[in-house]
Design a protein. Structure first.
Length: 136
């Protein structure tokens, strides 16, 4: 799973599969939801700098393994906080089958920012029409 947090209530996540994250998977997920003039901040995974270079995007990595969590305004706190809330919310389900993970992520996406505001949006969510979710 990959997660992008652009600002408050602008978090999107993607099911990237069970295998390792790759640059190709990032190419499938990120371009529709990011602008070219962003600063991509990531952990030290090697797919991110390659993706950024290939797309002409600025990139900064935070070295979490070395204990460096913040470098000035550069951090991954929003993503880490989202993952924490997601794991805590999933705990009562005692595990989720991978094939249903997109449904749970969509459900959490709705709850995270109180996105259900009308009967129409409830129906769309029930039918699995989550505009942020992409399965690669």
């Amino acid at each position: 799973m990959a997660t992008v947090s652009q600002a408050a209530h602008a978090t999107v996540d993607f099911v990237t599969g069970a295998a390792q994250l790759t640059t190709a998977k990032l190419h499938n997920c990120l371009p529709p939801v990011i602008d070219r003039d962003i600063l991509l901040v990531s952990d030290g995974h090697p797919a991110y700098p390659v993706f950024a270079r290939e797309n002409g995007i600025q990139h900064e990595a935070v070295n979490l393994r070395a204990g460096i969590r913040v470098r000035g305004a550069i951090h991954v706190h929003n993503v880490n906080a989202y993952h924490s809330r997601l794991r805590q919310w999933l705990r009562p389900f005692h595990g989720v089958a991978k094939r249903y993970l997109p449904n749970y992520l969509g459900w959490r996406w709705i709850l995270d920012a109180r996105r259900i505001m009308s009967p129409e949006s409830l129906l769309r969510a029930t039918l699995g029409m989550f505009p942020h979710l992409s399965v690669t």
